[in-house]
Design a protein around this ligand. Structure first.
Ligand code: HEC
Ligand code: HEC
Length: 416
């Protein structure tokens, strides 16, 4: 049974991330409130949606490491990490075979996000940050949303036990000093551009920074998986977050276990800043934000106020129940739709022809009903149907019903 249940844990966690977005309350934390602490302090006065980046993520002091604490780490690991990183931390797990990049092999202990020079182990703080923030663009989730800081610390201490390397080295690892940032001027950016060529960044990352340089053929990581240099035009894919400091740190520390070497000790730290300034010029303007479509009307929903009618709609065996909905013109209609178990685990939707812009639900699931609210401001007889996966196509021809909006007899309030 364990073999069946354990792999579900990360999937549930990921589902929570996918469906709930980043602000889901802690799901698997033993101290849920504490789990929110870093987030609260990270959303400073700017209070934008910008996430903290690796080096700036606040780290609470590590609790005392004793056998109970390691046992707690083991429990956290078995509930949340084992399906990807494997029982023995060697990334030999059920899910690992399907993931690119592969989950980290904690026995080899080649960590990518570090404050330490190439080839060195990370600091404990580095590991805490990597676990808390996850790695953008990979299957590694940001655990700060699911685990308390104490649980993160416990699991960090636990994953270190998989590799003899941590036990062998007593000395605290050397951390790379990022020095003082030189002024960002036309001259320093131009010097950065020259360094981008002379340090051969372009050979991997490409002249235009798209990750398509001439040397990319055959690049692999320590799991023998093909690896692509970062595309500098797209800031969302930076594994340690997009910030000058993180680019500087990456240039100096490198990513262990990948062709991305670190330049600490071989170039002046100032040069790393200049290259970083140039790298930042390669970003392309983000595509325009998607237009807030009226049909995804969760934005408008609040302003409609209390509904006049609430309708519970279900789907059973590919049919809607009820299959006729009758409302009056001008009413605020709230439809809550939930499919019943059709054995496929498939989501279903609800849309009303003639009300396409305001009545649209997609991907309602068993146990996860969805609600839409709109004003029935057009009288007539309409068809409602299954719209799913953001499509207004009529996906299931049998799944239809009739949506009747009766015109109000003018001012004859006696009838209401
Ligand atoms: C869904 C799969 C998945 C789960 C679950 C998962 N990880 Fe990972 N993890 C990954 C992948 C994939 C990577 C490699 C990312 C990369 O190479 O860029 C990774 C990388 C890491 C790293 C390395 C970061 C670095 O700097 O190299 C650490 C540490 C880590 N995971 C810890 C954990 C811990 C602790 C848990 C459980 C609390 C966990 N992971 C759960 C997929 C997962
Ligand atoms: C031999 C090829 C190679 C060279 C040369 C190289 N890189 Fe990389 N670089 C990579 C690869 C591969 C990755 C992706 C690693 C990953 O995804 O885990 C990467 C990742 C990065 C990242 C991503 C950091 C993040 O948070 O995701 C930055 C920044 C970067 N490189 C900058 C540079 C700069 C600047 C230079 C030149 C000083 C350079 N690289 C030289 C191969 C290279």
């Amino acid at each position: 049974m364990r073999a069946i249940f354990i792999p579900c844990a990360p999937l549930i966690a990921m589902l929570a991330l996918l469906t709930g977005g980043c602000d889901r309350p802690a799901a698997r934390s033993s101290e849920g409130v504490a789990g929110d602490a870093p987030r609260a302090s990270a959303s400073g006065p700017a209070a934008t949606s910008a996430s903290p980046t690796f080096s700036d993520y606040p780290v609470p002091p590590k609790p005392e490491v004793n056998p109970e604490f390691l046992a707690r780490g083991k429990t956290v690991y078995e509930l949340n990490c084992v399906a990807c990183h494997g029982e023995h931390g060697d990334a030999k797990a059920d899910a690992a075979a399907f993931l690119v990049p592969r989950p980290r092999d904690f026995v080899q202990a080649n960590y990518r996000l570090r404050s330490t020079p190439t080839g060195s182990l990370p600091t404990d703080v580095d590991l805490f940050r990597a676990v808390s923030l996850g790695l953008a663009g990979t299957a590694m989730p940001p655990w700060r949303h699911m685990l308390s800081p104490e649980d993160c610390w416990a699991v960090v201490e636990y994953i270190k036990t998989f590799s003899p390397r941590f036990a062998e080295t007593d000395a605290a690892p050397v951390t790379v000093d990022l020095g003082t940032a030189p002024a960002r001027t036309e001259a320093t950016v131009a010097q950065g551009k020259a360094l981008y060529t002379s340090l051969a960044c372009a050979s991997c990352h490409g002249e235009t920074g798209e990750g398509n340089g001439p040397s990319i053929v055959g690049l692999v990581d320590d799991a023998h998986m093909k690896i692509k240099p970062r595309d500098f035009t797209r800031p969302g894919n930076f594994k340690s977050g997009y910030a000058t400091k993180e680019i500087v740190r990456t240039i100096l520390t490198g990513f262990n276990g990948t062709p991305m070497v670190g330049f600490y000790g071989s170039i002046p730290v100032e040069d790393a800043w200049k290259v970083a300034y140039y790298v930042e010029t390669l970003v392309r303007p983000a595509p325009p934000a998607p237009i807030a479509r009226a049909s995804q009307n969760f934005l408008a929903r609040e302003s409609l106020g209390e509904p006049d009618v609430r309708i519970k709609l279900i789907e059973r065996a590919w049919k809607y129940e009820p299959d006729v909905i009758r409302v009056r013109k001008g009413q605020i209609v709230e439809v809550t739709f939930e499919p019943t178990d059709n054995g496929l685990g498939a989501g279903h939707g609800f849309a009303v022809s003639g009300y396409d812009e305001v009545a649209f639900i997609n991907g309602a699931m068993v146990g996860a009903p969805k609600t839409v609210k709109f004003r029935a401001d057009r009288a007539g007889k309409f068809t409602f149907y299954c719209a799913t996966q953001c499509s207004t196509e009529k996906l299931h021809p049998l799944m239809t019903g009739t949506f009747i909006v009766e015109a109000n007899p003018a001012k004859s309030s006696a009838l209401d």
